[in-house]
Ligand binder design. Structure first.
Ligand code: CMP
Length: 223
């Protein structure tokens, strides 16, 4: 196993419980793949043949309504896994996955993934925790769509973004690069124009401020 792959696998949420030998078994069946920005990796409804780990870059998980409107279920980044649902359920892909940046992936074929699940119980435990976290997040999203106005949904979206992808700046602030206003709109069920207007209305006094492509958030808002 190369040192680079070793370091990468150790940071992957799915493999945190694995021993060095088990990590070596994963490394021996993982194939690297580079994908350009704005590429569809697969469509919802496709047959599934692999699970993917993101080594670097970001992807969006999307569904499209019958009239062509996109809804972004989530954005996933380095160390996160996607494509596990169809393999676990033996069902077609539940959503499409599209790259938001250039992305480096590790692909593990269906048979290899099932073998790893059977031989390394740590993977199954991590997978349950990942699926449970995603369900919790999906519940929270349903709740905000049902009960919050657009400003509330945008604030919650930015807080989740900072929690998942933000970097500490010191002095109690976290910074995170925002997706495009169009992608944010497709995540919270509103228009791009509304997102652009609201983004400028958040003020430093609330602990959440937007400057250029970045959002700055007071760490204590994430507690
Ligand atoms: P799969 O159904 O194989 O293909 C689409 C993938 O998107 C799915 O597996 C999950 O990995 C991921 N996915 C689907 N819905 C969500 C969600 N609500 N939150 C996070 N990831 C999701």
């Amino acid at each position: 196993m190369t040192e680079e792959l070793n370091q990468l696998l150790a940071k992957v949420e799915l493999f945190t419980e694995l021993s060095p030998d088990e990590l070596a078994a994963v490394a021996s069946v993982a194939n690297t793949r580079s994908v350009a920005k704005d590429t569809v990796i697969f469509h919802g409804g496709d047959a599934a043949d692999a699970v993917y780990v993101i080594a670097s870059g970001k992807v969006k998980v999307v569904t499209t309504s019958t009239d062509g409107k996109e809804f972004i279920l989530t954005v996933l980044g380095a160390g996160q896994v996607f494509g596990e649902m169809a393999l676990v359920e033996e069902a077609p892909r539940s959503a499409s996955v599209v790259t938001l940046t250039a992305v480096e992936l590790l692909a593990i074929k269906r048979e290899d993934f099932h073998h790893l699940l059977n031989t390394s119980p740590g993977i199954s435990r991590s997978l349950l925790a990942i699926l449970s976290r995603r369900l919790r997040r999906a519940n929270s999203k349903m709740e905000s769509l049902a009960y919050m106005d657009v400003a509330g949904r945008l604030a919650r979206y930015l807080l989740d973004l900072a929690r998942d992808h933000g970097q500490k700046m010191g002095k109690g602030w976290i910074v995170v690069r925002r997706p495009t206003h169009s992608d944010i709109a497709h995540s919270i069920g509103t228009s791009r124009e509304t997102v652009s207007r609201l983004i400028n209305e958040f003020e430093e006094g609330f602990g959440l401020v937007n400057k250029g492509k970045f959002t700055y958030i007071r760490e204590n808002l994430l507690e």
